[in-house]
Ligand binder design. Structure first.
Ligand code: S3P
Length: 445
């Protein structure tokens, strides 16, 4: 995080319903990828609606250090990216500072893995705890060399392969970041690089690679996806429109569902099926969410979402939906804490290695505001209040552990509480959703 150095605690108080129309910022995953592929296409790529959060800016700064030119003239202009071409990334002069961003780190490690350059990666306290072995392992098979910190973490040094080898790799954990790292390495690898994913994860990389002119084949059989990229690709610069981020919209979808009298339209939300799991689960719980004017923007499905307050029922969440809502569990747990009856989740071990251990952080946070929560090895079981407001924080603050999604989830819990919820630090929100608090004010005005 680059924002002010002292933690900024904030109390989120209950207030009136959420109403009117809002627009959430651009999708974080798509924004990272637009900059990366733009940086590898010779010529100018223009990106409208790029998320200007700290994570994406970390990607932009790194690609600047690797030779691309990335800028915009005026606040409302699209971003311009002048790329260097596949195979032409330059040796960076100093360490690549990744801040809080796992996506920047893992995808850039993939890009560098097939370029004969050496780079150092550093990150904040949260990122420096996250496992990098999952990308180091396949990228080493391609021929890249790594010197990570003990435990396979940042800070680390890597040197890309002078002659990268195409691999076939079956993902041991469902991870779009690992898949993308390998596909991006495959761009500058002669031959065909293959990734097999037994559980489908977000497919923005595949979609955008195709949009830039790379040859990518996807085969589906019995739920398993096999993705092949033909290497030594020539990417053509594109004009990209980034849809609104469903993972940011999630906080407003749940807030409007929980707060009585709410009637909110969230415009231009990306509804790629590999990202839309939360909406399905909330509907199963009885939420009132309507997609208006479904359309396609920049190769991604998009709609406006009309959300009205409703009382939710607890359910057993199908673990098969986890990859399509992997970042939405913290806010789903808040919804579950207000539902009638019990909500159970399982198969969520991955949440323990996100920006924080999200199972432990949310179990502690929700218990602190009066919710009934049980933590298991791979999920939470929550007995909801049946719509009765949570107690809120009466003494102490919620620990957000440098995790933007814990901060925003507990902010929403504050709206549905008696006394408000105080979080210890709102700075991490800037990594993905700098306008969160301003939009909350707008929706409650
Ligand atoms: C992301 C993939 C997900 C997600 C992260 C963004 C991406 O991580 O949690 O916020 O842009 O590819 P994993 O692929 O590691 O599950």
């Amino acid at each position: 995080m680059n924002s002010p150095s002292l933690p900024q605690p904030r109390r989120f108080m209950p207030a009136g319903p959420l109403r009117g129309r809002i627009r959430v910022p651009g999708d974080k995953s798509i924004s990272h990828r637009a900059i990366m592929l733009g940086a590898l296409a010779v010529g100018e790529t223009r990106v409208t609606g790029l998320l200007e959060g700290e994570d994406v800016m970390a990607t932009a700064a790194a690609l600047g250090a690797l030779g691309a030119t990335i800028y915009k003239e005026r606040a409302d202009d699209p971003w311009s990216i002048h790329g260097v071409g596949v195979g032409a990334l330059l040796q960076p002069e100093s360490a690549l500072e990744m801040g809080n961003s796992g996506t920047s780190t893992r995808l850039l490690m993939g890009l560098i893995a097939s370029h004969a350059i050496t780079a150092a990666f550093t990150g904040d306290a949260s990122l420096s705890k996250r496992p990098m072995g999952r990308v180091i392992e396949p990228l080493s098979r391609i021929g890249a060399q790594f010197t990570p910190s003990p435990g396979g973490t940042l800070p680390l040094m890597m040197t890309g392969a002078p002659v990268p080898v195409p691999i076939e790799y079956r993902l041991p954990v469902p991870s779009a970041q690992v898949k993308s790292a390998i596909l991006l390495a495959g761009l500058n690898t002669a031959g065909i690089t293959t990734v097999i994913e037994p559980v489908p994860t977000r497919d923005h990389t595949e979609r955008m690679l195709r949009g830039f002119g790379a040859r990518v084949e996807v085969e589906e059989s019995g739920g398993t996806r096999t993705i092949r990229i033909h290497g030594e690709a020539d990417l053509r610069p594109q004009a990209i429109i980034v849809p609104g981020d469903p993972s940011s919209a999630a906080f407003f979808i749940v807030a409007a569902t929980l707060v009585e009298g709410s009637d909110l339209v969230i415009e231009n939300v990306g509804l790629n099926p590999t990202r839309a799991g939360l909406i399905e689960v909330l509907r199963q719980m009885g939420a009132d969410i309507t997609a208006i004017e479904p359309r396609e923007v920049g190769g991604e499905p998009v709609a406006d979402l009309h959300v009205r307050h409703s009382v939710l029922r607890g359910i057993e969440v199908d673990p098969a939906l986890a990859p399509s809502m992997i970042d939405e569990f913290p806010i789903l747990f808040v919804a579950a804490a207000l539902a009638q009856g019990r909500t159970t989740t399982s198969g969520l071990e991955e949440l323990r290695v996100k920006e924080s251990d999200r199972l432990a952080a949310m179990a502690t946070a929700l218990a602190a505001v009066g919710a009934r929560v049980e933590e298991t090895a791979d999920g939470l079981a929550i007995d909801g209040s049946g719509g009765a407001p949570l107690r809120g924080t009466t003494d102490g603050r919620i620990e957000t552990h440098l995790d933007h999604r814990i901060a925003m989830s507990m902010a929403v819990a504050g709206l549905a509480s008696v006394d408000g919820v105080e979080v210890d630090d709102v700075r991490p929100i800037g990594t993905s959703f700098p306008a969160f608090e301003a939009l909350l004010e707008q929706a409650r005005a």
